[in-house]
Design a protein around this ligand. Structure first.
Ligand code: ZN
Length: 456
């Protein structure tokens, strides 16, 4: 390996070991610290490399590149590393860390080759092993990888890295525009928000536009929802918040969830929710925090969701809610009728409860449905599969039709029970479903029977 002469790479270190880029606009946005590692992802790999160079435009970086490569006229210091042998790579990079002056900027540019050769587990072990050495040596180290190419590795490196920068190129009306998203590298208001930038004369020019572009936010949020294992949603309530009760309930109850759980449990609703999600995110009502949420979180919420499901599906809740709504009248928006809202709540809690049950125990659809109906109404249900996409749910003693306290039985049987069945089915099949009541037992006509059809 060629080791550059000592003292050739230099960064300014501020208080608390912060590494400044020397570009005031960037230093407002991104906080780097000595002894940390930052993952940089982009679609092409080339942009990521240029980005880091431009970030520290007037400083020298030490680039570690796989050997053999065609050498270009070196404006930057480069060191060749052997990617064929992980052990040798590990030793030589560690030796390099110790041999150069402290507080340098190291850019690792060989990950794709190493990943292809040795697989993601071995490379992760290597980086994990390096972590204490990185802390000790006090350099700032960037690991550049192409986005969505080594998906599993990308996700795991994201969780052990001190921060990440995700670069994206978007086609807009004005041509191609480049953005970066800071992850765990900035103040709350900039975390996970795309920042438009250009590279001019080798220097990053950031364009923080005060006007928010909802399409841009949406384009950023959608992929995060799909793989947001490390991102937690926070719903912060404001007094003047104007939001329909249905969505209020949705965000209130999923606050604290991993983003990926939300897309998993509410996948069929996502398209409808996303514009509002983006708007509330821009308004600061919804916050995304990159903190891992424990796998047990949902299991611990199971009894709470079950309790709420039982409450909103009960006869007394229906009558109490009717009284309250009449009293509140104007407080609740007109878009929602009382009945629709009751249905919505039953379905929402059936979803939340089912999702927490499924996270804890592996159940067949039949067992899940029986469990959910038992929790909601304390009744016994028999569930049978009719065809590949059709199930029949039969209630021997319908809790609505068999309950003298329940008003508007026929309607609520269909509405409350039907929506609970729909909620649990949507979560289980991760798809839209069609639930219809094929027979209502009201007035001694036998059992209440529902048909569930999976709509793909
Ligand atoms: Zn019934």
């Amino acid at each position: 390996m060629n080791v550059p002469s000592e003292g050739s790479v230099h960064v300014k270190i501020g208080g608390r070991g912060r590494v400044f880029t020397g570009n005031p606009d960037v230093d407002e946005l991104l906080f780097f610290y000595a002894g940390s590692i930052v993952m940089v992802t982009d679609d092409t790999f080339v942009e990521g490399k240029s980005f880091v160079s431009a970030l520290f435009h007037d400083r020298k970086l030490l680039e570690l590149i796989p050997s053999p490569v065609v050498d270009e006229p070196a404006l930057r210091e480069k060191a060749l590393v052997n990617v064929d042998d992980l052990q040798e790579l590990s030793i030589s990079v560690n030796r390099l860390r110790k041999s150069i002056e402290p507080h340098q900027i190291i850019v690792h540019l060989y990950l794709p080759q190493v990943l292809v050769k040795h697989g993601s587990d071995a490379v992760l072990r290597l980086i994990n092993f390096w972590m204490s050495e990185v802390r000790r040596a006090g350099h700032l180290e960037f690991f550049v990888i192409p986005k969505k190419t080594f998906v599993d590795f990308e996700r795991k490196l994201m969780s052990i890295a001190d921060g990440a920068i995700e670069i994206s190129v978007e086609k807009t009306a004005r041509g191609y525009e480049t953005f970066f998203i800071p992850i765990r590298l900035s103040k709350d208001q900039f975390n996970l928000k795309p920042v438009k930038y250009t590279i001019e004369n080798g220097k990053i020019i950031v364009k923080v536009s005060p006007a928010v572009d909802p399409h841009q936010t949406l384009a950023m949020l959608t992929p995060l929802l799909e793989r947001g294992d490390e991102i937690k949603l926070f719903f912060t309530e404001k007094d003047d918040l104007e939001i329909s009760p249905k969505y209020y309930l949705f965000f209130k109850e999923t606050s604290g969830w991993r983003l990926s759980w939300i897309s998993d449990a509410f996948g069929d609703e996502l398209e409808k929710v996303m514009p509002l999600f983006a708007q509330l995110f821009d308004e600061g009502v919804l916050k995304l925090v990159s903190i891992p949420v424990s796998e047990e979180f949902l299991g611990e919420k199971m009894s709470e969701y079950g309790e709420k499901l039982r409450l909103v599906s009960s006869a007394s809740f229906v009558s109490l809610f009717s009284v309250m709504l009449d009293y509140l009248k104007c407080r609740v928006d007109k878009e929602f009728e009382k009945r629709e809202f009751i249905g919505c709540m039953s379905e929402m809690f059936a979803r939340l409860y089912s999702y927490s049950v499924v996270s804890k125990e592996r159940l067949s659809f039949e067992r899940l449905m029986e469990k959910v109906l038992n929790t909601a109404f304390g009744c016994k249900a028999v569930v049978r599969q009719r065809s590949s996409d059709k199930f029949i749910v039969e209630l021997k003693q319908c809790p609505v039709c068999g309950n003298p306290a329940w008003a508007e039985k026929e309607f609520f049987c269909k509405m409350v029970i039907g929506r609970v069945i729909a909620g649990a089915s949507k979560v289980f099949f991760k798809s839209s479903v069609d639930v219809s009541e094929v027979q209502c037992g009201f007035g001694d006509k036998g059992n209440c029977v529902f048909a569930v059809r999976i709509v793909s």
